[in-house]
Ligand binder design. Structure first.
Ligand SMILES: Nc1nc2c(ncn2[C@@H]2O[C@H](COP(=O)(O)OP(=O)(O)OP(=O)(O)O)[C@@H](O)[C@H]2O)c(=O)[nH]1
Length: 832
């Protein structure tokens, strides 16, 4: 504000010049006269002085940020000559003061001598302090109000001073009504509920309880201060939560699979944070409903600063699976798998035994093929796994290993020990099952039992006759020679193994074969391992369940029950189980259903999780490796020495284009982890003298993972070599399919230059690329625009025939040129 004279300033303030001069004098601005002017600085000095009079020191004003809103109101009180106008300025201030300063809210009234009536209402944040500082603004804002008040009520400042602390007795002024209405909202916050009704105030002015005006408030500033303190305290309680200064580390139980949103919930973070984390740290675009596998979820938990704990829920499934199978045990029949080299007579042997020994079914004596059969001999029963053909041999062997007690190795007497014979031996050894050798085709003239024995000794299978522990039985699947002896030998071997199983209690078995039958629904051949499976039992079979509707024996007859080592066809399942699935009887249908649906859910989630992972890792592969192709291999073997030798040989097969990576190797069988790893990294699984377990097999079967079993190193190397060749980009070779001599060149309307040609070699095709040769030098490469015989468009022209050739975008063909027509063919490359 510009300088102003003392006189004018006094008028503005509604003070006499003398009073102002004396106040100036007292504030240290001496010798001022009516005509003198007052600078801004002097005004501030005066203000400081006046504040000092009221217990405030200008210099005490704390450093703070103040937000304010100002409202000026007029209230009239009294009537006639006693009518007084009260100017009320309501200020709302929000003052933020640094925390170390004492938190206290102060509501203070401005010096009434200088201004009419001013009440400043300060609202402060609960825990912070508000200090009302009388400011220059305040003084000057008040001055306007006092002027107005004068106009309305013609009162002087003294009157106002008298009235100010008291409640107005009456209110007839419109202005006061307006003021009341306006301030209504403002004042409620401070006064509401603290005071009684106004004393004798006009209804409108006084309001009804909740609309009380400020002037009704008889509380002293101290009282109000107290009230506010109380409020502050209450509020403090309401906001009692203190944000933790240190991050909370939570122990997060991570199940086998979990959705992203559930994981976020467990960590007490927003799902968005997890998504963001996955995007930023793992490079994965995840969704809120995405299912994460345990491994990934644990990684996320750990990386986000919490403690992951692998958690496998105890479910109905566990309860069911962990049923007791105790009980009195009885001798059971051996379960036999027949193995051997291709064409050595496995199927013939199995067929012969079945035909000869299995009781024929009622329906015309047709023997059922259900994947396994049981025969009775004088020495007891024997159950054969009826391996169907060579194609399924590998899978059957792997499955057989878990249920087989005795392996019959078939060796053709005329052929001797072959690679698969050796493999069968190693498999039997690795499984720890008993071995019986059936030397087949003894009816043949070329049969040489001694040779077979010698060759097997070399494989450390020593016949009893030569002091070893392996029974060798000469047989003929053609004539039936030695079959009984073979069955006896098997029974004898079983005696040594002392095979026993509980016959009562829950039944447990393995699915040997399964199919969907048009009329009967899901049919599964189950080989009972322990307990007795009965018609009407509730069973859980892999991911399926159901009540046993019917049991059918290996000769096609309906049976009521099946004990240990007995194969039966089971009808009544909810769906077709997978060969190798375990079957168990369950107390009630509810449990079976729950367990089955749990397994289905788990399987589905795991599958989704793996698929996602697979996609992701594929992407990384491509991004990181450019055009290099990878052949990823998971290698499991029976001994460490084999792993090293095989891994070394395989890695050496890498070329510039194809890289062989043994991404995981180890001693032992192929497990679910290996299968999942294979799925995730698009790997092949090689088992060297090791087999996959049931859960691994299920994944391998369902996901189409390539699993191969070997027992000879060179076979593995050969296989990989072929795989590499398959993945190598084929070589593109060019083949000239025809040549045409240019005999004439003429212009055709609309088409352009046409070469009149004679096809001298092969044929010219319109679809093939061409080259133009001049003196045996290529002068142009391109494509044909047109190929014509007379006026007709043709697709090809044979040797010895004339034609017109139009070369696209080329108009320099000359007589004597040659047009060579060729094609590109992709030729598969080999490593040899
Ligand atoms: N002479 C003679 N031939 C037999 C004998 N056993 C099997 N064969 C013949 O040998 C061939 C192969 O017999 P399979 O029973 O199919 O042999 P496999 O081992 O089951 O063969 P894959 O199923 O291909 O693994 C068939 O032509 C049979 O007829 C036998 O004891 N004597």
């Amino acid at each position: 504000m510009a300088e102003v004279s003392i006189k004018k300033f006094a008028e503005t303030l509604n003070l006499s010049v003398e009073k102002l001069v004396s106040q100036l004098d007292a504030s240290g601005i001496k010798g001022k006269k009516e005509s003198d002017s007052l600078s801004e600085e002097e005004k501030r000095t005066l203000l400081s002085y006046l504040k000092g009079l009221h217990g405030e020191k200008a210099e005490d004003t704390p450093k703070k940020v103040t937000l304010r809103r100002k409202q000026t109101l007029n209230l009239s009180a009294g009537s006639g000559s006693g009518k007084r106008t009260v100017n009320v300025e309501v200020r709302k201030k929000r003052t933020y003061v640094k925390k170390p300063e004492v938190a206290e809210e102060v509501v203070e009234e401005t010096p009434v001598e200088e201004v009419a009536v001013e009440e400043t209402v300060v609202e402060t944040p609960v825990v912070e302090q508000a200090v009302v500082a009388a400011t220059e603004d305040k003084a000057f804002a008040a001055k306007t109000d006092s002027k107005d008040a004068k106009k309305d009520g013609k009162v002087d400042s003294k009157d106002i001073v008298d009235v100010a602390p008291k409640a107005p007795k009456e209110d007839h002024s419109n202005a006061s009504k307006k003021a009341k209405d306006k301030k209504h909202h403002e004042t409620r916050k401070v006064n509401d509920g603290n005071d009684g009704p106004p004393k004798g105030g006009h209804k409108k002015a006084a309001g009804k309880g909740k609309g009380r005006s400020i002037v009704d408030d008889n509380r002293t500033p101290k009282m109000r201060r107290g009230g506010n303190k109380k409020f502050a305290k209450q509020a403090e309680n309401q906001h009692g939560f203190q944000q933790p200064t240190e991050a909370v580390v939570r122990e997060v139980k991570v199940p086998e699979s979990i959705t992203l949103s559930s994981l976020a919930e467990k960590m007490a973070v927003k799902a968005g944070e997890v998504i963001k984390f996955m995007m930023m740290e793992l490079g994965t675009m995840a969704t809120i409903n995405q299912v994460l596998d345990q491994e990934t979820a644990m990684l996320i938990v750990e990386e986000m600063g919490h403690k992951p704990v692998a958690f496998n829920e105890v479910t109905v499934e566990d309860e069911v699976v962990n049923q007791e199978y105790d009980g009195e045990t009885v001798k059971r029949s051996p379960i036999v798998t027949i193995m051997g080299h291709v064409d050595h007579g496995k199927t013939s042997l199995l067929d012969y035994i079945r035909k000869a020994k299995v009781a024929h079914g009622e329906a015309g004596g047709i023997t059922q093929h259900i994947g396994a059969y049981h025969v009775d001999t004088d020495m007891g029963g024997v159950t054969f796994i009826d391996t169907p053909g060579h194609a399924a041999f590998t899978a059957m062997r792997a499955r057989g290993a878990e249920i087989t007690d005795v392996v019959v190795i078939v060796v053709a007497a005329d052929d001797g020990v072959m690679p698969q014979t050796k493999e069968a031996i190693q498999h039997a050894r690795a499984s720890g099952v008993g071995i019986v050798v059936a030397v087949n085709k003894m009816d043949k003239e070329t049969a040489n039992m001694d040779r077979v024995m010698q060759e097997l000794v070399a494989e450390e299978v020593v016949p009893e006759a030569w002091g070893g522990d392996v029974q060798f039985v000469p047989v003929s699947a053609k004539t039936g020679m030695g079959i009984d002896e073979l069955l006896d030998a098997i029974s004898l071997q079983a005696e040594i193994l002392e095979l026993e199983a509980p016959v009562e209690g829950h039944a447990k078995g393995v699915v040997v074969e399964s199919r969907l039958d048009k009329g009967r629904g899901a049919v599964a051949t189950v080989l009972v391992q322990s307990g007795t499976l009965r018609k009407g039992d509730i069973v859980l079979c892999g991911m399926e369940y159901g009540r046993v509707r019917a049991l059918i024996g290996d000769s096609g007859e309906n049976v009521e029950s099946a004990g240990p080592s007995i194969p039966v066809e089971l009808l009544g399942l909810s769906g077709v189980p997978v060969a190798g699935d375990e079957m168990i009887t369950v107390e009630n249908e509810r449990k079976a259903r729950e367990a089955a649906s749990f397994r289905q859910g788990k399987f589905k989630e795991l599958k989704i999780a793996r698929q996602q992972k697979q996609k992701l890792e594929n992407m990384f592969n491509k991004m990181a490796e450019g055009d290099i192709q990878n052949v990823n291999i998971i290698l499991k073997a029976d001994v460490q020495g084999s792993i090293e030798a095989i891994a070394d040989a395989l890695t050496k097969l890498s070329t510039d284009e194809v890289r062989v990576n043994v991404i995981s190797s180890g001693v032992g069988g192929i497990t679910e982890t290996d299968a999942n790893l294979a799925l995730a990294s698009e790997a092949l699984i090689f088992g060297f003298n090791v087999r996959a377990d049931a859960s691994a097999k299920r994944i391998i079967d369902n996901e189409g993972i390539l699993l191969k079993y070997y027992s000879i190193i060179y076979e593995i190397v050969d296989e990989v070599k072929r795989a590499i060749e398959g993945r190598m980009a084929p070589e593109v070779q060019e083949r000239i399919v025809g040549v045409a001599d240019v005999r004439d060149v003429f212009k055709a309307p609309k088409i352009g230059l046409i070469a009149g040609c004679m096809v001298t070699e092969g044929l010219v095709k319109r679809s093939n690329p061409i080259r133009v040769l001049r003196d045996n030098v290529v002068i142009y490469e391109g494509v044909l625009e047109s190929l014509r015989r007379f006026k007709d468009d043709v697709n090809e022209v044979q040797k010895g025939i004339e034609c017109g050739i139009g070369v696209k975008d080329y108009n320099d063909v000359k007589v004597g040129d040659q047009i060579e027509c060729y094609e590109r063919v992709e030729v598969k490359r080999t490593l040899d």
